[in-house]
Design a protein around this ligand. Structure first.
Ligand code: SF4
Length: 95
């Protein structure tokens, strides 16, 4: 780490506003942990206001971090089955 986060500093106060589950990783990132993976993950989390689903579904393909963002659905992963009843047209087609 480059520097520890000082109590009462802007960074430390920001950490306290985050959900508990993200505080450690954001602290590591802001303290200069030399891990690009951590930096990318925390940037994406802050970009989406700590919403993993938004990261997974991020469509900003022109973002330099897009290809490296966490929580991507791996290729070959099964997609949720389409609900046939919901996918069916709601109006009848007359011939
Ligand atoms: S990849 Fe998407 S979620 Fe991550 S920083 Fe870029 S725009 Fe934000």
């Amino acid at each position: 780490m480059k520097h520890p986060l000082k109590e009462g500093s802007r960074e430390a106060n920001y950490i306290l506003t985050l959900p508990v589950r993200y505080r450690k990783i954001m602290s590591q990132s802001l303290a200069g942990a030399n891990q690009s993976k951590v930096a990318i993950k925390t940037k994406c989390l802050s970009c989406t206001n700590m919403n993993q689903t938004e990261i997974t579904e991020c469509r900003v393909s022109i973002c330099p971090l897009w290809a490296y963002r966490p929580y991507q659905v791996k290729k070959g992963a099964k997609k949720a089955p389409i609900d046939v009843l919901k996918a069916a047209p709601t109006t009848e087609i007359s011939v």
